[in-house]
Design a binder for this molecule. Structure first.
Ligand SMILES: [Zn+2]
Length: 64
């Protein structure tokens, strides 16, 4: 579950954006392909995009 900037809890992704390449902040890291989801907030109408980061990536502290 995600939370919108306005404080509304977003329960599920509205649609799947497919694979998208993200460039990390790490200088020597290669761009990685992540599954992207779009989350729509019914309260403020904002659409946000999140990558599905594998648990193994999160554990490395590689937060986006
Ligand atoms: Zn919102």
């Amino acid at each position: 579950m995600k939370q919108c900037e306005c404080g509304t809890a977003l329960k599920e992704a509205m649609f799947n954006m497919g694979i998208s390449t993200l460039t990390t902040k790490e200088k020597y890291a290669m761009p990685k392909n992540y599954q992207m989801d779009a989350w729509f907030c019914p309260n403020c109408g904002k659409v946000q995009f999140y990558a599905r980061i594998p648990e193994s990536e999160k554990q490395k502290g590689n937060q986006l």
